[in-house]
Design a protein around this ligand. Structure first.
Ligand code: ADE
Length: 437
């Protein structure tokens, strides 16, 4: 593959582009911040001629980010961060109308998924935009392969951005091991991402996914939320808002205390297993629900995962506890029959808000993807000078995104006066407001 060529695309059906474009336009109307960044990018072309590779959920919201990067002058290639969230029509519109090379097919198997990642890594991107750190890992594997082989060495990207908590855990593990070879901007930990994405985005869309898949009434039901980080808080809040009685399970004592003080019942997952009717894992850890939990659950319990990877519900345990293979009782609902109860697993234990619903609403992704676009620009501007490691998103970017969002909502806010700024800069004032002499 010569430098300058995009990797070849691979999508389900090029004929779906009209439907895909309609989705992209619908989402764009809810993404004014990204739209205004796109308008600036097309004038200033900050990414001119650069290669940007992204591994993201292939959704209409992502398509709008791809369009913004294209407006900035980048060549763009995209693969999926989860095979079940890929919208084939969106992928088709991206290829046919936006000049983006997409390598993603809804429901693709692990081999195809990995091959698409490898293809993007081989392309040698200048900037990588990631959701789960699979692309970051693939870029490092590519570097390792090339350094041990006889071929050309891999070009070092200027840097990457990472959208998820678990992706940053992986990037930090790579850095601790001495493997990480370029800077990674921690978009997931920026103030605005934390505040809106996890709480409002995952909260609403997780409940949305469970309702779409099952059509159960949440009012009066007991919902167990396992994990009370930023995302778990959002899920618990929305489940309560829908009328459910919510039990929280958590390993971090501070988070557990916070849940209790927010009015949730808190207990170990084994105890909650007997009480719950709907279980939602959102921890980032593996085997959160396993055989010992399944054997205590009520007949008809619903199991959903809202964490990034499909490791939180132990599927081997579920299969081996069942007396027969699972039956699909509704689309995205697999029923496992245990000797004395039936358990309903949603979306194969994959992240339910993206597999059974459409992920975070566009108005939330507007913030995340505005951050991603500005971070990509920042990596191009400063990438050569940045140290290798997992780095904070500059506060200026956070503030710029929140300011643009407020502007789009026609919300005005106060500014500090110079005297207030001076007061906040000084340390001498204390409780009297005067220096103590
Ligand atoms: N992550 C969560 N929701 C998403 C969406 N709608 N599009 C892309 N990535 C997402």
């Amino acid at each position: 593959m010569a430098r300058g060529d995009l990797p070849p695309h691979e999508i389900a059906d090029p004929a779906l582009s009209d439907a895909g474009q309609a989705r992209i336009d619908w989402a764009a109307a809810q993404m004014p911040v990204l739209g205004s960044i796109g308008a600036r990018f097309s004038e200033q072309r900050p990414l001119d001629g650069l290669r940007v590779a992204a591994c993201l959920h292939v959704t209409a919201e992502t398509a709008n980010l791809m369009g913004t990067l294209r407006a900035g002058g980048a060549q763009v290639a995209l693969c999926a961060s989860n095979p079940l969230s890929t919208q084939d029509d969106t992928a088709s519109a991206l290829v046919r109308r936006h000049g983006v090379s997409v390598r993603a097919v809804h429901g693709e198997g692990p081999r195809a998924y990995a091959e698409h990642l490898r293809e993007l890594a081989r392309w040698g991107p200048d900037v990588a935009i990631d959701d789960g750190a699979d692309l970051i890992a693939a870029l490092h594997e590519d570097r390792q392969r090339r350094s041990t082989g006889k071929g050309q060495g891999a070009r070092r990207p200027l840097g990457a951005t990472e959208e998820t908590t678990i992706g940053l855990v992986r990037a930090r593990a790579m850095h601790a091991e001495g493997t990480l070879a370029f800077p990674v901007l921690a978009v997931n930990e920026s103030h605005s991402e934390r505040t809106f994405n996890d709480r409002f985005g995952t909260g609403q869309s997780t409940v949305d996914g469970i309702l779409r898949a099952t059509n159960v009434l949440l009012a009066g039901r007991t919902v167990v939320v396992i994990g009370y980080g930023f995302t778990g808080r959002g899920v618990a809040l929305r489940a309560r808002g829908a009328g459910a009685h919510v039990i929280v399970c958590e390993v971090d004592p501070v988070h557990a205390l916070e849940a209790r003080m927010e009015g949730f019942e808190v207990m170990p997952a084994l105890d909650a297993a007997e009480r719950g009717e709907v279980f939602i894992t959102v921890t980032g850890a593996r085997d959160v629900l396993r055989r010992e939990h399944f054997e205590r659950m009520k007949d008809g319990a619903i199991l959903a995962n809202a964490g990034h990877f499909d490791v939180e519900i132990n599927l081997d345990d579920l299969r081996s506890a069942a007396i027969s293979p699972a039956r699909e009782v509704r689309p995205l609902v697999a029923q496992y029959e245990l000797p004395d109860r039936r358990l309903n697993l949603l979306a194969e234990g994959r992240v339910v808000n993206l597999t059974a619903a459409e992920g975070h609403p566009a108005a939330v992704m507007d913030i995340s993807f505005a951050l991603q676009a500005l971070c990509a620009e920042d990596l191009v501007r400063r990438g050569g000078e940045l140290e290798v490691g997992v780095l904070a998103v500059p506060t200026g970017i956070d503030h710029e995104v929140a300011r643009l969002k407020l502007e789009s909502l026609e919300v005005r806010i106060d500014e500090l006066s110079e005297a207030q700024r001076e007061y906040l800069r000084s340390w001498e004032g204390g409780s009297t407001g005067e220096p103590i002499r």
